[in-house]
Design a binder for this molecule. Structure first.
Ligand code: ADP
Ligand code: TZD
Ligand code: MG
Length: 579
């Protein structure tokens, strides 16, 4: 007899699928759900809220999903996104795939339609074979059919999300599961508390020796810190290793702040030089993907004979793009502690000629930039506006920065110093637009800190409606929209001369600040750096949801920001242009 057929007792206390899912999550320390309600999960959200969980409803599942993934990144516990069947599930799926790509732990829990009807394709309400569709886009995908399996199903999802290389997990809950009834005591016994969900992974001693050997023999060593190192929350170990080694380091964008950007060993302002000239490069929780030109080519000073050390929890990451001379597979904390132990008291810091060359380049570049950051151009250019915001962050180092756009992203990344670990969240590995509001909600909810989101006007538009969510929960989020009338620039012309505006251009002089006012938040427009600075400082002081519409010169940006080289070139249109 299955539990759902058990109608034998009126007096016996019973539980059901809804409550078992909530118990399973709570038992494992998951206390927040991001989602959009509807059939068949409306009551699941309602009961979760009733049971003391924080349940944050969004206007669109994609942004609830981004919020969940950033919650996972910030807490090392899987962030949970809850969606309805088919369309809601699909809306959440982009975020699940993005979480997997970025190694963020997240669980997309979706209600689904009746299995019998879906499998016979008989046209159920919101019918879709969701498990099959989710599978290739995430780290693991599970479906639970029986109430007594909820405990183990949720446990599997949690362990899959956070163990080894973290990622996105899909958990399919058919509508009929949620209403299944079982004995309360039996139900409680079926809940699984996951012991040590992300076990440490100790590196092999000979791999540690090999890494030490390669690093010791370097003349021009470089460490690259990635967001895996920030995620690991081994901040003290990373700091101790970098400082003891004396090796200059380069932070990837979300690893900025792991050590303060003002740290003397930061080579951030001499990026081109160190990538070209280093002879040994030690990757720590960073991948040699497109963001690092795959470890090859001109940016790396090819042809070169650089040696790579790579610290990563995922063995298969090794040799993905270039040969790794010293692969060190394990968790960041265990690997760096093991290396620190082996370095001993007589560790020699890198040759001074190398660190002097870097310092010289840094100083030249920083001086060059300092002048431009004072720009008072009217309308504002990127340097003037970001120069002002750089000072705001310097004075408010607990503020978490969220950043998306093209020029708005690239300039902010290099101009704004970050002082604390996990205080910069951005478009990540895919360079995805639309994370702004979801990431801001998660950062505010999970940390209680003030958030400053700096977003291009296009980037903002992908999740603009979520400012209502920010107002509804009264979150300390200040959004600055860099309004240059379009994608990259607002100056493009329709090449046909027709009436439609160019594909990259928006309504000119849009008033994004008025959108915020519609929901009771503060909405203001800044036309110069002083105004911008004051408005953001006021927002931080008040903690109120605020949107600053920052008017940026529509001619100031460049195509695709700093990655214009990735655009394919058309030979035909060039010929046509010259005719
Ligand atoms: P970035 O974009 O900052 O360069 P990536 O997302 O490309 O960073 O790389 C992050 C890497 O960190 C991934 O290869 C992932 O396997 C690894 N990683 C994640 N968590 C840990 C951990 N706790 N210990 C070691 N490596 C980790
Ligand atoms: N869609 C998604 C989901 N991600 C993307 N990265 C893009 C489209 C393409 N894209 C970019 O790569 S940047 C960008 C788009 C549409 C917007 C750039 O405009 P912006 O920033 O207003 O946000 P700037 O300051 O005008 O460059
Ligand atoms: Mg723009």
């Amino acid at each position: 007899m299955s539990p759902s057929e058990d109608t034998s007792t009126d007096t016996q206390s019973l539980t059901d699928g809804f409550h078992l899912v909530i118990d399973a999550l709570k038992t494992n320390g998951i206390d927040t759900i991001y989602g959009v309600p509807g059939i068949p999960i409306t009551d699941l959200g309602r009961f979760a809220q009733g049971a003391g969980m924080r349940v944050l409803s969004f206007r669109h599942e994609q942004h609830a999903g981004y919020a969940a993934s950033i919650a996972g990144y910030l807490t090392k516990k899987p962030g949970v996104c809850l969606t309805v069947s088919a369309p809601g599930f699909l809306n959440g799926l982009t975020a699940l795939a993005n979480a997997t790509t970025n190694c963020f732990p997240m669980i997309l829990i979706s209600g689904s339609s009746e299995r019998e009807i879906v499998d016979l394709q008989q046209g159920d309400y919101e019918e879709m074979d969701q498990l099959a569709i989710a599978k290739p886009l995430c780290k693991a995908a599970y479906r639970i059919l029986h109430a007594q399996d909820i405990g183990i199903g949720v446990a599997r999802a949690i362990r899959a999300a956070v163990s080894g290389r973290p990622g996105g997990v899909y958990l399919d809950l058919p509508a009929s599961l949620l209403g299944q009834v079982m004995d309360e005591m039996e139900g409680q016994k079926s809940i699984v508390k996951v012991i040590d969900p992300a076990p440490r992974m100790i590196p092999a001693p000979d791999a540690v020796d090999r890494a030490i050997d390669v690093l010791k023999n370097a003349e021009r060593p470089l460490i690259i810190l990635g967001k895996g190192a920030a995620y690991a929350q081994e901040d003290e170990t990373v700091k101790a290793f970098v400082e003891k080694s004396g090796v200059p380091y380069l932070p990837m964008s979300m690893a900025k702040g792991l050590l303060p950007d003002t740290h003397p060993q930061s080579a951030g302002a001499a990026r081109s030089l160190v990538l070209k000239e280093a002879d040994v490069v030690m990757m720590v929780g960073a991948r040699l993907n497109w963001l690092l030109s795959h470890g090859k080519g001109k940016a790396w000073g090819a042809p070169h004979s650089k040696k790579f050390i790579q610290v990563d929890i995922e063995a298969m990451e090794m040799d993905s793009n270039v040969e790794i001379a010293a692969p060190l597979v394990g968790d960041i904390g265990s690997c760096l502690s093991a290396m620190l132990d082996r370095m001993g008291d007589d560790w020699a810091k890198p040759p001074q000629a190398w660190t002097d060359a870097i310092d010289e380049k840094k100083n030249t570049n920083l001086e060059k930039m300092a002048g431009r950051l004072k720009s008072n151009a009217n309308p504002m250019d990127y340097h003037g506006a970001l120069g002002a915001l750089r000072e705001v962050i310097k004075d408010n180092q607990d503020v978490i920065l969220v950043n998306e756009g093209a020029n708005t992203l690239d300039f902010a990344r290099s101009i704004i110093d970050i002082y604390k670990p996990r205080h910069r969240i951005d478009v990540g590995t895919w360079g995805i637009m639309g994370i702004g509001q979801g990431a801001s909600v998660a950062a505010a909810v999970e940390t209680g800190q003030q958030v400053l989101a700096i977003e291009g006007d296009s980037a903002f538009g992908f999740s603009g409606m979520e400012i209502e969510t920010i107002c509804r929960y009264n979150l300390p989020v200040c959004i600055v929209v860099f309004n240059n009338n379009g994608i990259y620039r607002g100056t493009d012309q329709n090449p046909s001369g027709g009436d439609d505006v160019a594909t990259t251009v928006f309504v000119k002089n849009s008033r994004y600040d008025l959108m915020m006012q519609a929901f009771g938040g503060e909405g203001v427009t800044a036309t110069n750096p002083d105004e911008l600075s004051q408005m953001v400082r006021d927002a931080i002081a008040s903690g109120k949801p605020t949107l600053v519409n920052a008017v940026i010169d529509e001619a100031a940006g460049t195509e695709s920001g700093r990655i214009g080289n990735l655009n394919p070139q058309s030979v035909v249109s060039k010929n046509k242009a010259s005719q």
